[in-house]
Design a protein around this ligand. Sequence first.
Ligand code: SF4
Length: 425
Amino acid sequence: MTCLKPESAQPSDRRPDGGDFNPFAAMEPRVPEATPAPARNGARVKANGVAPQGVYLPNDNILTPQMRSPEYVQLSTAAAMTLGLMPGRMHRCACTRCLNLLLTYPEGCRANCAYCGLARHREAERDYADRNFIRVDWPAVPMEQVVDIVARDGEATPFHRMCISMITHPRTDRDTVAVLKAWTARIPPERVAISILSNPTTMSRDDVKELHGLGVDIFTVALDAATPELFDRTRGKGVQSPHTWAKYWEILDDARDIFGPKKFGAHIIVGMGETEHQALTLVQRLVDLGGHSHMFCFFPEKGSLMDHLPATPRDQWRRVQLARYLIDYCGVRVTQMGFDENGRVTDFGLPAGEVDAVIDSGIAFRTSGCPGKFADDISACDRPYGDSPPSNIASYPFQPNKTDLRKIRRQLRRPKPAKIAAPAP
Ligand code: SF4
């Protein structure tokens, strides 16, 4: 039985030098190795020609079947458990509220992002459908079966949102539309809101318009890297990957025009070498455009080009989580905040009592993403343990309790203020 539970041998979230942030100079990805011709473009899977039979659970010991979107999609382990397609339970979570779908092809994603388990440079080592992504396996399931289960559950569905992750492949634009139509034919968008995690590299403004017209609620762009230099190093020329900062911003600007305020956003991974000031300046830019930021704590994904690097120290992550929440939801501007010579947050721009109240509410430390049905600032996309092991949670996929908040305060180095005794009558 699968159980997403505390693990013992996980990379530390402390830097080897004891530092409390990941500096640019220390976060260099490995150079991707050339893939031998017989392993390129899913050649092994295509040569074996194994026909899929229902649900495929990633398994390195058997031949991977040939599965393609739009007939097949991959699901996060959490979504597969919630749908009842995989046995198991999740540490402190009953279910996930977001059904994350990933388009799938034997050729896999054609990009080579340094932090990603799905990247192209893994072709020789592992077939696409068997690769880990944000720390978990992604079972492949016939799309019809996914729709059948969610449609059957009707209003009782646990899902508040469905999100299609497009990956980078020549077919993803048209296949995203096909998957979307298969979904909306049986599940009204009013019941389960729809998000798109886009692939700007192959998209045009007309593609963005088409998705909006088909009932998509929120459009997101995975910028992931917070600066142009970091973007180039981790997902552009630096790793023989096709993405450019300019194209990502072109599609983000299109999404702002077409989807409108609060209906577009960008993913940012914290701790890949940007300063806290750079990450939060980007958060402010998105808010000023009318959008939101969805944050991930860098974790050295096994098999990725950054798997030798340290996870983001919790101190850095908590500072950025808290500051991002204040900018996104409390009207604080990055210019009101204080930063030291290394770009670390030293002042959150609000009186201490107000900052303490936000910390105590705990929401700032939950997983961020597109909202569900609970509240605007509570993400449906809870991604249980996608950016940390359960033993040292980065993004809480549930409401942190008092014990969690004590730990968070220690990580922030901000002890709870002592209660002031009431004056004697
Ligand atoms: S485009 Fe997305 S799925 Fe493909 S390698 Fe980059 S981050 Fe991974």
